[in-house]
Design a protein around this ligand. Sequence first.
Ligand code: PMP
Length: 311
Amino acid sequence: MTKWAFFKGEIVPIGEATISITNNTLHYGTGCFGGLRAYWNADHEQLYAFRWHDHFERFLHSTRLLRMTLPYSAQDLVDRAVEVCQREDWRENVYVRPIGYKDEGIYKVALHDMNDEVAIFSQPTGSFMANDAGAKVCVSSWRRVEDTAIPARGKINGAYVNSALAKSDAMLSGFDDAIVLNQDGHVAEATVANFMMVRKGVLITPPITSNLLEGITRKSLMQLARDEMGLEIVERNIDRSELYMADEAFFCGTGVQMAAIGSIDHRQIGSGRKGPIATELGALQHRVLTGQEAKYADWLTPIHASEPVTA
Ligand code: PMP
C-alpha cells in the first residue's frame, strides 16, 4: 500500500495529496505524466531505478509542450522520486508515477500563465512478467493522434483517450491489445507501448516521426540488440500488410517490458509464441534491469544504498 507522495514541494502522507474536482487538468486533460520502474534484486538487497534521469527529461519535455513553468531539473525530480521510494522502503518491484498538472480552476482552456505543479507517488507492481505467450493483437480502426493535433512525443494526459479508445475496442472484440496506425496508414505504436518486428534477422521499428512516444525501452532495446547481439536495426515506415509477414513481433515499454505478439488480425506471427530474437533480447533486458550487467550500470540508480552493480 502506498503511504507517501511528493506533493506541492514536499513529501506528505498519500491521503493529503488530493486535488479538487474543480481542477483544470481534470476537466481539459492539460497535464502530463511519466511511468517509471524500479526492480528489486533480492541477492543484492537493492532496488534499481531504470533510466530515471531519461524519464524525467522526457517528462520535462512534456511539461514544456504544455507551457508549464516548474522549479525542478530532471535530477531534482530523480532525487524526489528516489526519496519517495526510500520513505516507502520498498523491497519489491515498483512503478513510479510523476504527474504534471495545472493547479487552477475551470475558467481558462489554455496553457499559459497558470500555476503548475508536480506530484510523484509509487506503488508495487509484483514480479517481473515473463510475457512469453504471444498476445492476440489487431490493427485498430482508430488512428494515432497526430503531432499537429496533440504531440505524440509528449505523455500528455488528454492524448491517452486515443489509447483508451483503441485498447477498449480491441479488448471488447477479443484481442489483448491493438497496433495503431498514423494518418498516413503506417504503424505508429501500440496503445501504451512501442512496436518492433523481426524480418530475416533484422530488427525493424517505426521512426519517431511516425507519431509515437520516444520510448526509453525502445531506445534501450535498440542499443542492446545492436551492441550485444550484433543485430541490424532499421527505423523505417511499416505498412499494415507488412505486419503479417513478420517472423517475430513484440511490444516494448516500461509497463509491458517486452510482450511477444502471437497473432495480428488473426494471422499467426512466427510460432505464435515469443520468438528466438525476442527471447534473447528479453533475457538480456531482464539482466540489465535487475542490475546483473555491469556494463549498463549507469542506466541504474540504486535506491536503498550505494551498492555497485555486479556482473
Ligand atoms: N508509447 C506509449 C503511448 C506509451 O504510453 C509508452 C509507455 N510510456 C510507450 C510507448 C513506451 O515508452 P517507455 O519505454 O519510455 O515506457
